[in-house]
Design a protein around this ligand. Structure first.
Ligand code: PEP
Length: 244
């Protein structure tokens, strides 16, 4: 069985102006030949400029969402082809903020993933339970159900990464216990269609807790929100992943 690739992915969400590209440049200088993949997903307005800023470096650039259609009358939306054309290599899909704010279902995510794969993008598919679902003992049912319904056929380790992001841990400073992360990641490893698929943990990953999280079995990296905005913080997380 092939080993899953290690990946540190940063989700800038709706943060970042052109001046912030210096953080991407600083990261590229700090990690000329990293021992893991490094990905930054800025807002769509910065993808092209960031791809240019880190051209010929180890830093990869990705989008945060895409439409399921190639083109057409979808005001304000962006197709997977457009992301690829702007310099993106990955796209985050099914982030809990999109599932909540835009009522995206797992079926929607699968349709977007199909379009992304057709455009040559690697998808980072997010799954995760709410606090109420965890309290009700439904964590594995929810996460495995989202996994089953969000992945199109022909999803492989080459075109798909999974991010387990408990909704209650995102942007809250709260992280699950070792055992809680381990339980979900072990279940995901057993359920993914390709055992070599990378499994990221996301939810309040910081320089101070990254090493502990990366030491957990079946955790191949992280999807990082707030701590990915500054090269110094994200760099410390990347260094922890390289050492894991
Ligand atoms: C995220 O938005 O994917 C995330 C994990 O955010 P944070 O690291 O800020 O909790």
């Amino acid at each position: 069985m092939a080993n899953a690739c290690k990946l540190a992915a940063g989700n800038w969400k709706m943060n970042g102006l052109r001046a912030d590209l210096l953080e991407a440049r600083a990261l590229a200088r700090a990690f000329p030949s990293p021992d893991c993949g490094i990905l930054l997903c800025p807002p769509a307005t910065l993808i092209s400029a960031m791809a240019e800023a880190v051209r010929n470096t180890a830093i990869m650039v990705g989008g945060q969402d895409c439409h399921a259609r190639e083109n057409g009358a979808h005001t304000g939306d962006i197709s997977a082809q457009m992301l690829a054309d702007a310099g993106a290599r990955h796209v985050i899909l099914g982030h809990s903020e999109r599932r909540a704010d835009h009522a995206e279902s797992s079926g929607d995510v699968a349709a977007k993933a199909l379009a992304a794969h057709a455009a040559g993008l690697v998808t980072i598919i997010c799954v995760g339970e709410t606090e109420a679902e965890r309290d009700a003992g439904k964590t594995l049912d929810v996460v495995l159900g989202q996994l089953r319904n969000s992945l199109p056929e022909k999803s492989t380790a080459a075109n798909t990464v999974i991010a387990y992001e408990p909704v209650w841990a995102i942007g809250t400073g709260r992280t699950p216990t070792r055992e809680q992360i381990s339980e979900v990641h072990d279940a995901l490893r057993g359920a993914v269609p390709d055992a070599a698929m990378s499994l990221l943990y996301g939810g309040s990953v910081k320089p101070g807790n990254a090493a502990e999280i990366f030491a957990i079995g079946n955790v191949d990296g992280a999807l990082v929100g707030g701590a990915s905005l500054k090269a110094e913080d994200f760099g410390a997380i990347i260094t922890a992943l390289e050492a894991a």
